[in-house]
Design a protein around this ligand. Structure first.
Ligand code: B4P
Length: 193
């Protein structure tokens, strides 16, 4: 099993690049953002709880997200590997993911971090806000809150993976295809070893 985490701040292009990576590598895409939006769309109790956090730019509680990931694993027993997009976002989630992987007798192979300038992040999200219909995109104050939450709660996850010698930084600036090219050369180099 080859398991990859795509990491980076809100708007760094995780969702955009993930679509292309899963096609290139034949992995199952696990986006906690997409799963939560699906729950919200279906007005489930989990979705309604999640919405109250997302609309303020906060993270959804760990136990909710971890439970959702656990069920997704169970529903994809035959996967040859997973691409984690937007998960883990806290240290507790990173530790829970390691436990889930160990239970499956596998592990996270690499964590790719997309580096993007702060101004470019806000520019992308403001642009997405005009078309996405996502309530968390609509307001620049919510976007700034999300960047703040990323720095305080999510960035420590990068240190966790650095200590495990799994983190690689990639330039996330440029066109979507240029960035995808960088990601592919990195993955191809690692998987051919
Ligand atoms: P996510 O769905 O993960 O949203 P994101 O971080 O904003 O998106 P991403 O980085 O994927 O950006 P994208 O490719 O779309 O999370 C949403 C919310 O759900 C979170 O705030 C949180 O509340 C909750 N949540 C999710 N996971 C959670 C977890 N594990 N724990 C707790 N809470 C959780 O790119 C952004 C825009 O830029 C797009 O419009 C795209 O077209 C554009 N773009 C991309 N690449 C570009 C490029 N190279 N050049 C120009 N534009 C580009």
């Amino acid at each position: 099993m080859y398991n990859l985490v795509l990491f980076g701040p809100p708007g760094s292009g995780k969702g955009t690049q993930s679509e292309k990576i899963v096609e290139h590598c034949g992995l199952v895409h696990l986006s906690t953002g997409n799963l939560l939006r699906e729950e919200i769309k279906n007005k489930t109790p989990l979705g309604m709880e999640a919405k109250s956090f997302i609309d303020k730019g906060h993270l959804v509680p760990d136990e909710v997200v971890i439970g959702m990931v656990d069920s997704y694993f169970d529903a994809h027993k035959d996967a040859k590997g997973f691409l984690f997009d937007g998960f883990p976002r806290t240290l507790a989630q990173a530790k829970a993911l390691d436990k889930l992987m160990a239970l499956k007798k596998t592990a996270i192979a690499q964590v790719l971090m997309l580096d993007v300038d702060q101004e470019e992040l806000i520019k992308r999200l403001v642009h997405r806000g005009k078309t996405s219909g996502r309530s968390d995109d609509a307001d620049e104050n919510i976007q700034r809150k999300r960047q703040e939450v990323y720095r305080s709660e999510t960035l420590p996850v990068a240190d966790y993976y650095t200590k495990e010698k799994k983190l690689a930084n990639l330039d996330g600036m440029g066109s979507i295809d240029e960035i995808f090219g960088r990601i592919c050369s990195y993955i191809d180099k690692k998987t051919k070893k």
